[in-house]
Design a protein around this ligand. Structure first.
Ligand code: FES
Ligand code: FES
Length: 177
């Protein structure tokens, strides 16, 4: 279009990029947002939707504190663009319990005392839910391997592994496996 400048040129000239209309389905609810196209899924959740259960530990994909599920697969929300999450089913820690009933892994985290400061916990739980559904919770070694993307500065690893084992046992007994 004559006279139009490209977004890259506008950005180079210091202009704010045009906002993008984005529709995100989170915990079963559709949310419409106008976002800077560079907004990460984590910032959309925390800063725009005030779903602050997902944490920003490193912002670099290294700690796992921001882990959420996208179509049932774990992703690091700090590395995912919100605009690319359109049409996907996002689940965060806020959507895990059924009303007042905790998810079995949330319950086993409490039972096993699997956190200290709690900063890594929502990411650990979301990754743990995926670890179990992927079939990677068959042994403590498996769990350690498949949870290795989630760091805990408090070193609660033994308790986290025990909590995931407990929830995996509940899950296999309810599936008759
Ligand atoms: S905040 Fe996303 S991996 Fe650390
Ligand atoms: S409980 Fe503190 S970082 Fe994991």
């Amino acid at each position: 279009m004559p006279g139009a400048i490209s977004p890259a040129l506008a950005q180079a000239a210091g202009a704010a990029p045009a906002l993008l209309d984005v529709s995100l389905r989170i915990n079963g609810t559709e949310h419409r947002l106008s976002l800077d196209p560079r907004t990460t899924l984590l910032d959309a959740l925390r800063e725009h939707l005030h779903l602050t259960g997902s944490k920003k530990g490193c912002g670099l994909g290294q700690c796992g504190a921001c882990t959420v599920l996208m179509d049932g697969m774990r992703v690091k929300a700090c590395l995912s663009l919100a605009a690319l999450a359109q049409g996907r089913e996002i689940k965060t820690i806020e959507g895990l319990a059924q009303g007042d009933e905790l998810h079995p892994l949330q319950a086993s985290f409490i039972e096993r005392d699997a956190f200290q400061c709690g900063y890594c916990t929502s990411g650990q739980i979301m990754a743990g839910v995926a670890c179990i559904s992927e079939g990677h919770a068959g042994s403590p070694q498996d769990i350690r391997e498949w949870m290795s993307g989630n760091l805990c500065r408090c070193g609660a690893y033994d308790h986290i592994v025990a909590a995931i084992q407990d929830a995996a046992a509940v899950s296999s007994s309810t599936q008759g496996g």
